[in-house]
Ligand binder design. Structure first.
Ligand SMILES: *Cc1c(COP(=O)(O)O)cnc(C)c1O
Length: 389
């Protein structure tokens, strides 16, 4: 970019930039007094973790809300995923997964004595390309770990048909997919186990937290035992479990948030509409399609930037937006397969590599004022015009 461009950007930023940073997300926090009043009985009883009353209530409420027969709360999504791998007794070998995800999806494999085998993604959905899946299955394969990226459901039917043919379990990383339904059915009803994350950046949060959902009652009991050190009685430890428990402070925050979830989703839906209206016809930008049969959660707003048509590349847009105090995120760059401990060949994952270089997630959270989303859209369009001029 040349100096005229830079000075024009500076001028624009001085008049249109935000006074304070606009983050990619902020947690949807209930009034603190509500959290305190829910927490108070636990506090007075001096029972703040280990199967507390609030924990039991949140587990029941979430199982009902998310339409899953069995749900187990965890201290975070990463430990939940590790526990899921353990509960399936996966022996040393490999797990087929996607490189276009948050590092936790891959890291847990290494912590479980497993290796990732990366399958490329579909260009449009950013999810694992099920047409390539079977080609990756070998005698070493122990499981399939797809991610519902940005909350878009994976091609579950095809994935599970292939998994069944090879007798492999399927664990979904559903960290982005809280509350997503397809064809009137909860996204958590697919596969052997699904993992949710309740981290502060997710649509439902307990600060740190997570859950596992399963349709299988035996697996559910095993998960319960594994997350509590493997303890089955005061003097019996049945197997080497871990500490994956959610505490009562986290559960209180979760309970206090439940009432506001519909309103939050409605606000996100409106913001999603504003961004789409602003950006859908912009040259060189493509937006994530909303499949017709899916009830989305509007967790993220990724845009894809094609330099040749938009006039600048994703990295330049990302940096330039910082001058306006707009803090987007490059979810997911770098690709998990590019970490030195993963041995993927460069060029072998063309769609994932393109996505990692072209996708930018715009600010998206319920409390984001609609006027701000309007302005962010206008700024991005103006920058495109400037870059193409
Ligand atoms: C957030 C996230 C995780 C990790 O969840 P934590 O609760 O932060 O441990 C795993 N996978 C994906 C895709 C995520 O976005």
């Amino acid at each position: 970019m040349n100096t005229t461009f830079d000075s024009q950007v500076r001028e624009m930023a001085a008049s249109m930039g935000f006074m304070e940073p606009v983050y990619v997300t902020q947690p949807n926090l209930p009034p603190l007094e509500e959290v305190v009043s829910i927490l108070r009985p636990a506090w007075d009883r001096r029972w703040i973790t280990n199967d507390g009353e609030l924990h039991a209530r949140l587990e029941a409420e979430l199982a009902r809300l998310l339409e899953t027969p069995h749900l187990d709360l965890f201290c975070n999504g990463t430990v939940a995923l590790m526990t899921a791998l353990r509960a399936l007794d996966l022996e040393a070998g490999s797990v087929i997964t996607t490189p276009f995800t948050f590092p936790a999806t891959i890291n847990v494999l290494y912590w479980s004595g497993l290796r990732p085998v990366f399958c490329d993604i579909q260009r449009d959905t950013y999810n694992l390309d099920s047409s390539l899946l079977e080609g990756h299955i070998t005698h070493e394969t122990r499981a399939i770990l797809p991610v519902h990226v940005y909350g878009t459901p994976c091609d579950t039917d095809r994935i599970e048909t292939i998994a069944a043919r090879h007798n492999l379990p399927v664990i979904y990383d559903a960290a982005h997919a809280f509350g997503v339904r397809r064809q009137g059915r909860s996204i958590l009803s697919y596969g052997d186990i699904s993992m949710l994350s309740f981290h502060a950046t997710k649509v439902f949060t307990t600060a740190e937290g997570g859950a596992l959902a399963t349709n299988n009652a035996a697996l559910h009991s095993r998960l319960r035992r594994l997350k509590n050190f493997g303890i089955t009685g005061e003097e019996t430890v049945a197997e080497p479990g871990i500490n994956g428990k959610m505490n009562e402070l986290q559960a209180a925050l979760g309970l206090a948030q439940l009432g506001g979830l519909n309103a939050d989703r409605e606000k996100r839906r409106r913001l999603d509409g504003i961004y789409r209206h602003q950006l859908q016809n912009e040259p060189g930008l493509s937006l994530l399609d909303k499949p017709r049969d899916v009830e989305p959660n509007y967790a993220y707003f990724p845009i894809r930037v094609q330099e040749a048509l938009f006039g600048m590349d994703r990295n330049t847009l990302y940096e330039t937006l910082k001058a306006f105090n707009i803090r987007c995120r490059k979810y997911f760059y770098p690709l998990c397969s590019s970490h030195p401990w993963c041995s993927a060949e460069a060029g072998a994952l063309p769609h994932a590599e393109n996505a990692a270089n072209e996708v930018l997630c715009l600010p998206m959270y319920g409390q984001l004022p609609e006027t701000w989303a309007q302005k962010i859209g206008t700024i991005i369009k103006s920058l495109g015009c400037l870059a193409r001029a």
